[in-house]
Design a protein around this ligand. Structure first.
Ligand code: MG
Length: 247
């Protein structure tokens, strides 16, 4: 009897404490650790203090070709321009989950049509392409999952917010790398959010595997960090203000 009474008293105390806790605002407050303080850029183009700058307008030394040669693209007037025929370039530093800012410009004298009009591309982890192409005003006809802002041959952009050739455009990309098991099975596919010229064009979109031109995308296990690749598709497309924040 005495034991039963003690248990009842304990239960009543616990209930009282629990009810009290629910009324205490402090129970849902987190005070530590405090977010690291960083300094934002003065504009969206300028790198915040914790970013890795991959192109600041004057030097292409953060990049190389696949065979290890220095990047042969043209650095002039604060831009980094594809020198057609020299090949893709890749960042010397490797990245996994990241926030990427990159600006691109289709040549004002662009020629060609379809996929041959200002084509380049931003390949996250060297594999997953966000397309760069002239699709201003839907004048240049091509498959929609191959136009600017698409994950190439996968998901079309939500809207076409392209500017005219000769004008600078921005991509702000939030990328989550895929997760693989030891055996190489996909535990979580990659995901990507792309904001083009301030407008959402990919909203946490699933990436279905490596970008491929023919056939279905597929995954193959790779390291947790891989280089960023910019594409030489034979068109003199320019880039500037390239920075990455590792997440
Ligand atoms: Mg491309």
């Amino acid at each position: 009897m005495q034991l039963q009474r003690s248990v009842s008293i304990c239960a009543a105390i616990i209930t009282h404490i629990s009810l009290f806790a629910q009324k205490d605002p402090k129970t849902t407050e987190i005070w530590t650790p405090e977010p690291k303080v960083i300094t934002p850029g003065k504009t969206n183009s300028e790198a915040p203090s914790d970013a890795v700058v991959l192109f600041n307008g004057t030097s292409g030394t953060a990049w190389k070709h696949k065979n290890g040669d220095d990047a042969k693209w043209t650095v002039a007037e604060n831009t980094f321009t594809v020198k057609p025929g020299t090949g893709d370039i890749q960042s010397k530093q490797k990245f996994g989950d990241c926030q990427l800012h990159i600006e691109w410009r289709i040549a004002s004298n662009v020629t060609g049509d379809g996929q041959n009009r200002g084509n380049s591309g931003v390949f996250l982890m060297g594999r997953y392409e966000v397309q760069v192409l002239d699709n201003y005003n839907n004048i240049n006809k091509t498959y929609v999952n191959g136009q600017a802002g698409s994950t190439y041959k996968q998901s079309p952009p939500l809207v076409n917010v392209c500017k005219a050739p000769g004008e600078w455009q921005t991509y702000d990309i939030i990328f989550t790398a895929p997760r693989f098991s030891e055996k190489g099975n996909v535990i979580e596919p990659a995901r990507i959010t792309v904001i083009q010229n301030g407008v959402l064009v990919q909203n946490n979109t699933t990436i279905w595997g490596n970008t491929v031109y023919i056939g279905s995308p597929f995954y193959e296990k790779h390291d947790t960090k891989e280089p960023l690749i910019l594409q030489d598709h034979g068109n003199a497309t320019s880039f500037r203000n390239i920075w990455v924040r590792e997440l």
